[in-house]
Design a protein around this ligand. Structure first.
Ligand code: ASP
Length: 590
């Protein structure tokens, strides 16, 4: 009894403790007033214990208990008593006992709360983020963050056991091109100059390979000043990995072991594929319309271009004639969608960048209704046969460029997957996507953009294509995807200066720019840079899929708003005159 606050936690006591005099501290989760008895659910991180205050047995404590309100912090001393058989709570670890309080101290009261902690109702964003420390008291939120800790801990052990060394790299750094805007930090000592916060430790980890560390990892914070988008955060965490003298398959084998271990040993999710499939990028786009396909359900994209080309329906025939495609998905059982709903699907397709959809509804008796009378019955029947649609199914067709077809149908597939309940969060379908193109064409800036980043190596057979047909070049990039999310990108890297300079120039840097921005790396490549490659699984998203949580901010302790504000700390704020002067900065009003 000597400890001032507790002999046990609130998740600990059981019938084995009956008769013991104990001391507990925690928060008033709930209080129920039954006249001469007051019941309090006392909560801490470990659980909930029911406390009983009796007006007859402990009048002094009872009097204090009358004034208790939600989230007061209290200390209770009393005796562990077995609950009567009909009062036991099988849902609670401590549900077989209660503590009859002899003494109660209020350690600290609480103001009335901005939202309930004990009832897990949604909380408006502004309140949730402002009072984040209160939101974090909720049991489900704590469970997720504890799971996050277990995942990180497991990964550290896993990598350590395989000879990886955890090395921290600087936060005050220089621009690393991961495709986003940099956060800049002004230098006081060098007026007018700036550090960049790292978008990832990419260059450092490559330099560590050149330094000979062979196997590196870091649970690394990455900072990207990206345009606000739903479910994005300006900072995220990566399990950053780099290895020397490895092939693509070596990296994938390590990741495969790590993912299977995490799912099976740490999470309660069901792993759909084992081993993890390796799917070429082109196949992913063709079958699921996405390079991060959700593989938990079918509804694959089917190419009916050859049939559509024969139709008198000019929109389709012309699309195919101009090198486009006509593809479709079969939505099972939804032939009966109303006009209004089909119009909504059409609007959705337009919102996704398409011209709209053509739909075919296969009637239960086998006849076909089409959204346009221009599609001849033989054509619609041929499409039904080719797509193996059953009576009662709905076929959604899109004719357009391959890119738009994939975008529109890929997303409609996900929409209907949600609607039909096919995206079960208890199931995790991990896969690798491989053989990505090296570049995509940026029409606006009229230049090649690296699909991953500019340190990614072209596949040996694609090297000549860098000169002749860069958009056809395939790289040594690989991604990990799960349930429609991209969880990681990685690649085998370029380790020769000439090739690195060539790729930098291809993505729009002049040789001078390349050398001034990345001279350190280019030079290092000339001092015996070993072949190396790596990957960086996003920890936040990994926690999302392993806990079945749909929103990023639910797995982050202190997230920011979509616009990057910290509503709790009230940041960002203006700097003081003095700070600005020291930094040689002046704020110019727009
Ligand atoms: N640095 C890369 C990224 O943040 C990952 C990698 O290539 O290892 O996506």
């Amino acid at each position: 009894m000597s400890h001032p606050y507790r002999t046990h936690t609130c998740g600990e006591l059981s019938v084995a403790d009956v008769g013991k005099e104990v001391k507990l501290s925690g928060w008033v989760h709930r209080r129920r007033d039954h006249g001469r008895l007051i019941f309090v659910d006392l909560r801490d991180r470990y659980g909930i214990t029911q406390i009983v205050f009796s007006a007859d047995r402990a009048p002094e404590a009872y009097e204090v208990a009358k004034g208790l309100r939600s989230e007061y912090v209290i200390r209770v001393q009393g005796e562990v008593v077995a609950r009567p058989a009909d009062m036991r709570n099988p849902n609670l670890k401590t549900g077989d006992i209660e503590v009859w309080a002899g003494r109660l101290d209020v350690l600290n009261p609480s103001k009335p709360l901005p939202f309930e902690i004990d009832v897990e109702k949604p909380v408006p964003e502004t309140v949730n983020l402002k009072y984040r420390y209160l939101y974090l008291r909720r049991q489900s939120v704590q469970e997720r963050l504890i799971m996050r800790h277990r995942i990180t801990h497991w990964v550290r052990n896993f990598l350590h056991a395989r000879g990886f060394i955890e090395i921290e790299t600087p936060l005050l750094s220089k621009t690393t091109p991961e495709g986003a805007r940099d956060f800049l930090v002004p230098s006081r000592n060098f007026p007018g100059t700036f550090y960049a916060l790292p978008q990832s430790p990419q260059q450092y980890k490559e330099l560590l390979m050149i330094a000979g560390f062979d196997k590196y990892f870091q649970i690394a914070r990455c900072l990207r000043d990206e345009d606000p988008r739903a479910d994005r955060q300006p900072e995220h965490t990566q399990i950053d990995i780099e290895m020397s003298f490895v092939t693509r398959e070596d990296v994938l084998a390590l990741l495969e072991e790590m993912i299977i271990g995490l799912v099976e040993e740490v999470s309660d999710r069901k792993l759909l594929f084992k081993p993890l499939p390796r799917i070429p990028y082109a196949e992913a786009i063709a079958r699921w319309g996405s390079d991060k396909p959700d593989l938990r359900f079918g509804m694959e994209l089917q190419d009916v271009s050859a049939i559509a080309a024969k139709s008198g329906f000019r929109v389709f025939a012309a699309t195919v004639a101009q090198g486009g495609q006509v593809k479709g998905i079969v939505v099972p059982g939804l032939a009966g969608l109303s006009r209004r709903e089909l119009d909504e699907v059409n609007a959705r397709a337009q919102q996704l960048g398409g011209k709209g959809i053509v739909w075919l509804a296969v009637n239960p008796e086998g006849g076909v209704r089409a959204s346009t009378s221009y599609l001849e019955p033989e054509i619609t029947q041929a499409i039904v046969a080719a797509t193996k649609a059953n009576p009662g199914d709905l076929i959604l067709l899109v004719g357009d460029t391959p890119k738009i077809v994939a975008n529109v149908l890929g997303q409609l597939r996900l929409d209907f997957g949600d609607r039909l309940g096919l995206r079960d969060p208890r199931v995790v379908a991990f896969a690798f996507i491989v053989d990505f193109p090296m570049f995509e064409w940026d029409e606006e800036r009229r230049r090649y953009d690296p699909v991953h980043h500019m340190f990614t190596r072209p596949r040996p057979d694609s090297l000549p294509l860098l000169d002749t047909d860069p958009l056809a070049a395939i790289s040594e990039q690989y991604d990990i995807v799960c349930n429609g999310l991209e969880l990681a990108s990685g690649s085998i890297r370029i380790n020769e200066r000439w090739l690195q300079e060539k790729v930098m120039q291809m993505v729009g840097l002049s040789l001078e720019e390349a050398r001034s921005k990345f001279g350190h790396l280019l030079e290092a490549l000339e001092f015996g840079a070993p072949p190396h490659g790596g990957v960086a699984p996003g920890l936040d998203r990994l926690v999302m899929v392993l806990t079945g949580t749909p929103a990023l901010r639910e797995v982050i302790a202190f997230p920011k708003t979509q616009r990057g504000e910290d509503l709790m700390m009230n940041s960002p704020i203006p700097a003081s005159e003095e700070q600005l002067r020291e930094l040689h900065l002046r704020v110019v009003e727009d």
